[in-house]
Design a protein around this ligand. Structure first.
Ligand code: NAD
Length: 303
């Protein structure tokens, strides 16, 4: 994947530049489509297998978005919709089947799983070279070693946003003070490791951090992934900081908002990502990128 496709910038209401994840994701999908076409000329078609267990409506929407992106890029998708009563053993058996299927390059089990299923056992059963969510110990360990292979899609998407926004501005993560709010295995932790790998000085904040506002005020990069609507107040943001909002919250009015007070923060930030249209589409784009690169890695095709 290259980062050649520059995305024109626009501004948030408060004046900050908008880091347009929707446009960046479209550019990445376009790049991937070209790669998939080249793979097809050599008789290879990447395949992604997705398991959705239970009836969680948000999960169904996320899976729908992933299948749609596969279609757009030319990735073959295999979808298994399983009832909430599915047992851990049944899900593990399905993963074993997909692990053994050479046409499956990536395996994704949509989280959260219904109560009663052993999520950790499921995540660890996915073959590391097909673990396109990057949540397994092997891929997380490689990231911690500074030798990433398949990286968790949301934090990788955030890194791409910072890189693609920064490049035309002569701005990069290197040397910056970064604050990551959240320490989950899926977002906060890998996010901090990626920023560290890009030479930022990283502070990880979480629910037991005593002075979150004070930490954010020091930051030149803020990545908010606490899952708390409007936790990050506009006046916490240092003048000129770059802010990425990972949070997703659906209000009673059906509208999506993030972890950051977007309007007030955009009056102080240099650049900020919106919700919706920020990290969400980038997460799906990076899942597609992981599937293509898993295919190239597994099948030894370098195109
Ligand atoms: P999580 O609940 O697993 O983790 C939340 C983290 O935030 C925890 O480490 C916790 O310590 C920390 N936290 C909670 N309250 C805090 C507080 N008041 N102050 C400081 N830290 C606090 O959530 P997650 O799975 O990491 O997701 C975080 C958010 O990102 C959620 O809103 C989720 O919906 C969103 N998300 C978005 C995408 C996307 O594609 N845009 C993908 C994954 C998650």
């Amino acid at each position: 994947m290259t980062d050649s496709a520059a995305v024109a910038s626009s501004r948030a209401p408060g004046g900050a530049e908008l880091i347009d994840g929707k446009a960046m994701a479209a550019a990445i999908r376009g790049e991937l489509r070209e790669t998939v076409e080249r793979l097809a000329e050599n008789g290879t078609r990447p395949g992604l297998a997705v398991a959705l267990v239970g009836e969680d409506p948000a999960s169904a929407v996320y899976v729908g978005g992933k299948i749609k992106a596969c279609k757009e890029i030319g990735i073959r998708s295999i979808e298994a919709r399983l009832p909430a009563e599915t047992t851990t053993a049944q899900l593990l058996a399905l993963i074993d089947e997909w692990n053994a299927d050479d046409a499956v390059d990536g395996i994704l089990v949509q989280l959260p799983l219904p109560k009663g299923i052993d999520t950790q056992a499921v995540v660890e059963r996915i073959a590391p070279d097909k673990d396109v969510d990057g949540f397994g110990a092997d891929n997380l360990g490689r990231l911690a070693q500074g030798k990433p292979r398949l990286v968790a899609c949301t934090p990788w998407g955030v890194m791409e946003m910072l890189k693609r926004w920064g490049k035309p501005h002569g701005w990069s993560v290197a040397g910056k003070r970064a604050v990551v709010i959240g320490r989950s295995i899926t977002v906060g932790r890998p996010m901090a490791l990626l920023l560290l790998g890009a030479d930022a000085t990283v502070t990880i904040c979480h629910s037991r951090t005593p002075d979150l506002a004070g930490a954010v005020r020091q930051a030149e990069i803020v990545v908010a992934a606490a899952g708390q609507r409007h936790l990050v107040k506009g006046d916490w943001i240092a003048e000129g900081a770059v802010v990425i909002d990972v949070g997703i919250h659906r209000g009673d009015d059906g509208k999506l908002t993030g972890d950051v007070e977007f309007g007030p923060a955009s009056a102080r930030a240099r650049a900020i990502s919106p919700v919706p249209g920020g990290v969400g589409p980038m997460t799906i784009a990076m899942l597609m990128a992981n599937t293509v690169s898993a295919c190239q890695g597994r099948r030894g095709t370098g195109v």
